[in-house]
Design a protein around this ligand. Sequence first.
Ligand code: ZN
Length: 214
Amino acid sequence: MQLSPLRPEAALESFIVEAGDPFVHEILRGQTVRIVDLEGNQAVDTLFYNAHNYGDRYSAQDTIREQRNIYLTTGTRLMSTEGNVLLTITADTCGRHDTLGGACAQESNMVRYAIEKRYMHACRQSFMKGLQQWDRGMEKRDITSNINFFMNVPVTPEGGLTFEDGVSEAGKYVELRAEMDVLMVVSNCPQLNNPCNAYNPTPVQILIWDTNVL
Ligand SMILES: [Zn+2]
């Protein structure tokens, strides 16, 4: 649990992202981005890329190996596939975030829940919609490992992976400082079959502060 000294009034930009919507934005080196879980227990599926080379992107494996921990929180350095530090988590009032569970897809909805769930909106569609709107030639193969901010995916002592009721609540936030120019691609998860968001997807707020503004 690490509070931030940054004041919302001093933010450069502020956005509300509705549940089921994508959000794509560049975060420049030195800028800070905050994601606020407005109503609690929302999963915010997020991808990060080197803004100057989209082939160099967030790597769950490298991040886990570098910090020797499977959960993300204050102090976590988000590593890229090329070994660069994309961002550092500088504040976190939720306590931990998942990077093992992956993003929901039509296929995973069928496997996890039921065949007829195939036609429900999933994070992969939101990522694709966001990348199409961004219009820089990114496509399905650019969607690789992601972070699930505010999502509770505990690993059992036996090594099992479970999706549990969330540990976040209304007003909790996580904040990251960009260590290089990055592209942030968010899917504010539309999932209706998972207890991590209490079967109720809700909006989040995204705030961006310029370099060293308090
Ligand atoms: Zn999802």
